[in-house]
Design a protein around this ligand. Structure first.
Ligand code: ATP
Length: 328
């Protein structure tokens, strides 16, 4: 199968996400299966520039499939954005005899890999690892499903206290540019209103919706707010605004923050990571390069990096409608 590739490097880069370890395990074991040497690269491109590598075999990835975060650590590297930095990275690969690599990360990490490939013709494949699910070419990024489950579990708990005190809760979830987490977790947790960057609901419509909710007999309400929603106010400003205009509500705010990135990956993310790791390594061995592996119609398929990094994966319009109907 190998088109001359003998040593593969694997790294995690950018923000960490649950399922990255399962993907590292899959890459390492697929290499072992095909009798190819595998090296873990610590701290993303930063560790690559410094030659911070460790040889990994099938046994070195035992016990990590269920762990959140990344055993290889992750980092953001300013130096890799420069020609000089990438030249150092290439030297390190040459010195270690590594002739192909797999990068697990987001669109920034893929852009870096693409530039590196253009400069050195170095074979590379990408695995999308980010909880935001904002990458074109895959319906699910690694960590997204786990993050949704975490958010839904927390909102269920918040609802217990909200309904005991007739309160309105604003729950802020991650999603600076895209509202995938807010929309899906909001529908899954039965939120009364969902504010996402893709839609500008407007303050008046928000108040109308809350009034309707009250009139329809609801005693408590949950509003899920994506970090980057377009109303242009922080969740704390939203709280003040609603309290000023709807004195009947006692409003509370809960910012979920980094807990959404942590935790043991869901079964879905572990299986997806295992499938993606196999596809990434076998594609390199088939002589392919400059692609991201992704899930499309339940198949693992390749998307060229330049398409994967173009734009953000769009929100599901059908789900927006479902959300509207559910909050009747
Ligand atoms: P996340 O979705 O969590 O933000 P990401 O992979 O998009 O993950 P970035 O910080 O955007 O995270 O990118 C990770 C690293 O990729 C950067 O620190 C940098 O080293 C490298 N990188 C990003 N863009 C470029 C570029 N245009 N040229 C070279 N390297 C880049």
């Amino acid at each position: 199968m190998s088109k001359g590739i003998k040593k593969i490097g694997v790294m995690t880069s950018g923000g960490d996400s649950p399922g990255m370890n399962a993907a590292v395990r899959s890459v390492v074991r697929t290499c072992a299966y095909h009798k190819i040497e595998c090296y873990g690269i610590y701290r993303g491109y930063e560790g690559l520039i410094e030659g911070d590598f460790v040889k990994m075999d099938a046994r070195s990835v035992k016990g990590i499939i269920n762990k959140g975060g990344t055993v290889l650590k992750s980092a953001r590297s300013k130096e890799f954005r420069t020609k000089e930095g990438r030249a150092k990275a290439h030297e390190q690969f040459v010195k270690a005899g590594i002739d192909g690599f797999v990068v697990i990360g987001g669109d920034g990490s893929f852009t870096g890999a693409m530039v590196f490939n253009q400069e050195y013709g170095f074979p590379v494949m990408g695995i999308p690892g980010t909880i935001d699910n904002d990458i074109v070419g895959t319906t699910h990024t690694l960590g997204y499903d786990t993050a949704l489950n975490t958010v839904v579990e927390v909102i269920d708990k918040i609802r217990d206290t909200a309904s005991s005190h007739n309160r309105l809760f604003f729950v802020e979830v991650m999603g600076r540019d895209v509202g995938h987490i807010a929309l899906n977790a909001g529908v899954g947790a039965g939120a009364e209103e969902i504010l996402i960057p893709e839609e500008d609901l407007g303050l008046e419509r928000l108040l109308d919706s809350l009034r309707r909710s009250k009139q329809s007999g609801k005693s408590s309400s949950i509003v899920v707010v994506a970090e980057g929603d377009k109303i242009g106010k922080s969740v704390f400003e939203l709280k003040d605004y609603v309290e000023e205009n709807m004195s009947e509500y006692e409003v509370r705010v809960s910012v979920l923050g980094h807990m959404q990135r942590g935790g043991s990956p869901s079964c879905f993310d572990r299986v997806l990571a295992s499938r993606m790791g196999v596809k990434a390594v076998e594609s390199l061995l088939e002589g392919k390069s400059n692609y991201m592996v992704g899930l499309k119609n339940d198949l693992i398929e390749l998307t060229p990096f330049d398409q994967a990094v173009k734009g953000k994966a769009k929100i599901d319009k059908e789900l927006l409608r479902v959300s509207d109907i559910m909050t009747v």
